[in-house]
Design a protein around this ligand. Structure first.
Ligand code: ATP
Length: 336
């Protein structure tokens, strides 16, 4: 019977599931649609995302994780259960599951994810720390006594970690990631153009013309639709890349400052390794233009984006299971 161990990346913005030997099998938004009158869960993932803003007021689309922490334990359980069942439906054997949770979740919260996986039929569950998973999934050999710095810029938080010998030596997180960049764009357009734009529009603007450093993008313009705050009516305006850069740069500097703080606290031998190998960025949020250039410029350390920035955490979580099978010792939080 085919083995199908699961690596589960439980993110603020998206759920990504990797099945060992098969690859990425799920990539859906971490959204759940709930009927607030009855408490009934109506949809999860893509279907829930489609419902957002297009349903009666009592049906709301929520994110079980906000800013990198589990904001609703019951909803998180529903989401984990739903996706494990979805992936498991075509198999008879119960899977072994590794879940990667954001580094800032508490024991109670991670226990909720574990309980959900157990009730969805997992036979064994492990929790994997996000930076470990991100490094493994990016092809870094973390078993050596060599310092590596990983900055995972997700939807809700940027998690900065120094890893050596399969373990996290130092880590911290800062609320400077994908959704906050979207919010900065919404605020900029509201204050300077007197137009209210939606979250999805702001995300499109960020992906197409957003940059955190001048000169990394040719001057580009984009038409966006929103509601005029002066007339209350729908309007179309043109936003240019250069007008957003200062705002995005100022915000990205909070991440840079936190990275510098971690570098200052890192033992000198490990700093030397990081200087030689560079800082690796992972996570969807790391794809905002100019981020590696800005970090390189401000820290003096080469910075680059992983070849699989969005999928590496799920892949690395699955790989951690595989390595454990081979008797490889790796830093798991717990073994349930
Ligand atoms: N090309 C791109 N340019 C800029 N941002 C991008 C791009 N592609 C994805 N993103 C952003 O990446 C973020 C999601 O990243 P990711 O899927 O790694 O987060 P997550 O794992 O769900 O969150 P977290 O790790 O904080 O829990 C979103 O804010 C999205 O807008």
């Amino acid at each position: 019977m085919a083995n199908y161990d699961i690596g589960f990346d439980l993110g603020t913005t998206s759920i990504i599931i990797y099945v060992v030997g098969k690859g990425i099998v799920v990539k859906e938004p971490s959204v759940i649609a709930v009927n607030q009158k009855t408490g009934e869960v109506l949809a999860i993932g893509e279907k829930a995302q489609e419902m957002a803003g297009k349903t009666p007021a009592h049906i709301v689309a929520k994110r079980p994780l906000e800013n990198g922490v589990i904001s609703d334990i019951d909803m998180t359980e529903e989401v984990v259960k739903y996706f494990i069942r979805k992936v498991s439906s075509s198999y008879v054997v119960k899977p072994k599951v590794a879940i990667c949770v954001p580094s800032s979740v508490t024991n109670v919260e991670s226990r909720a994810a574990v309980n959900a996986a157990l009730s969805a039929g997992a036979r064994k569950i492990f929790l994997v720390e996000e930076p470990i998973a991100a490094a493994l999934g990016s092809g870094i050999d973390i078993s050596k006594p060599r310092g590596r710095m990983v900055v995972d810029v997700g939807g809700g938080t940027a998690d900065i970690a120094v890893i050596s010998l399969n373990d996290v030596v130092l880590s911290t997180s800062v609320k400077c990631a994908g959704t906050q960049f979207d919010e900065k764009i919404i605020n900029y357009v509201r204050l300077n153009r007197k137009v209210l734009i939606g979250e999805r529009t702001a995300e499109r603007v960020k992906k197409e013309i957003g940059a955190v450093m001048e000169g990394v993008l040719p001057e580009t313009e984009m038409e966006v639709k929103g509601r005029s705050l002066e007339t209350g009516l729908p309007v179309k305006i043109t936003v240019s890349s250069s007008e957003l850069t200062a705002t995005l740069n100022e915000f990205a500097m909070s991440m840079v400052t936190t990275i510098k703080g971690i570098l200052e606290k890192t033992p000198p031998e490990l700093v030397g390794d990081i200087w030689e190998d560079g800082i690796m960025l992972t996570g969807g949020g790391s794809l905002i233009k100019g981020l590696p250039e800005l970090i390189s410029k401000e820290t003096g350390v080469r910075c680059y984006v992983s070849e699989t920035p969005i999928d590496c955490v799920a892949i690395g979580t699955g790989m951690a299971l595989d390595l454990m099978e081979d008797g490889y010792s790796i830093n798991y939080d717990r073994d349930y």
